[in-house]
Design a protein around this ligand. Structure first.
Ligand code: 3PG
Length: 306
């Protein structure tokens, strides 16, 4: 089978080597489209692809229409909001992710971001410490749990909200359960967001929630920029000069936010949560193995468009 590795933001060389080795040993042919610049490049590369490995690359209805031989898309990572699931399902294409494989990298970045903001973006101004502060985790899944556990090691207390977990499961994961989103925001000195971008969550975090946060609080977003209602966030930051926002990927209105709020806001220039060699290897190799298993035995574990 012909497998296309299409990564606008390329994997580390070690991950690419591993992906190619797994696929070729199983008898598949690998084509690479890395660091491509335009969606047009992806469209041109897919016509003979039978399998696709991607990261945040956009697999739109148009891409699916241009890939008549495509049978499987594996998003090497967690969030699959970049794949048009409806269009894939209509064509009988299986879409998978590789849950958990890059979680540690994202969790470490979330903690690093908290330190960065606590120390005023490494300017000489007097900062603060994380120890003794309360961290709220919004969604206690693979990433959220790791953030919570690492925060505890730094001496933070951790609470979490997750509608899919029981109180017992949250406690077993090391956090104190909270039962409403308002309570979570109202009690968190640091609030780390780990919800997916879905119709129900897009723009769900805005003025009402952010303005509930305690004095001096920081909102940390290593999830998706789409879950933030940017106007509402700006209104809260305007009214409350004590609040801060740090995010992995710039908000649409970042230039304006920087102008208005200076060091109280920071966005990474490119999404870098999962951008470690280890995460690349974990997620990339898992994706390759899932493709091998799919063609060898029809295994659809991790399918997200069932
Ligand atoms: C994910 O959903 O797994 C992360 O956002 C990582 O995305 P990336 O592979 O584009 O870095």
């Amino acid at each position: 089978m012909k497998v296309l590795l299409a990564t606008q933001k390329p994997f580390a060389a070690k991950a690419v080597e591993g992906i190619c080795a797994i696929l070729t040993e199983a008898g598949h042919e690998v084509a690479k489209l890395e660091k491509y610049e335009a969606q047009e490049d992806l469209l041109k590369a897919v016509p003979d692809a039978e399998a696709l490995i991607i990261r945040s690359d956009k697999v739109t209805r148009e891409v699916i229409a241009a890939a008549p031989k495509l049978k499987i898309v594996v998003r090497a990572g967690a969030g699959y909001d970049n794949v048009d699931l409806e269009a894939a399902t209509e064509k009988g294409i299986v879409v998978m992710n590789t849950p958990g494989q890059n979680s540690n990298a994202v969790a470490e970045l979330a903690l690093g971001m908290m330190v960065y903001m606590a120390r005023n973006q490494f300017t000489p101004a007097t900062g603060s410490e994380l120890m003794g502060k309360k961290l709220g985790v919004q969604a206690y899944g693979n990433v959220g749990r790791l953030v919570g556990q690492k925060a505890k090691a730094l001496g933070m207390s951790v609470c979490a909200l997750d509608p899919f977990l029981s109180d017992e499961q949250i406690v077993a994961g090391g956090a104190e359960p909270v039962h409403s989103i308002e309570e979570l925001y109202a009690s968190s000195d640091y609030l780390s967001i780990h919800i997916p971008a879905l119709p129900a969550t897009i723009k769900s975090i805005g003025y009402a929630l952010v303005s509930k946060m305690p004095k001096g609080a920081t909102l940390v977003n290593t999830a998706r920029k789409e879950v933030i209602d940017e106007e509402g966030l700006m209104k809260a930051l305007e009214e409350r000069p004590d609040l801060k926002y740090i995010t992995d990927v710039a908000p649409d209105n970042y230039a304006l936010m920087q102008e208005k709020f200076g060091l109280r806001v920071f966005a990474t220039p490119k999404k870098m949560g999962a951008q470690t060699a280890e995460a690349n290897v974990n997620a990339g190799l898992a994706a390759a193995r899932q493709i091998v298993d799919f063609f060898a035995s029809g295994c659809t574990r991790f399918q997200v468009n069932k």
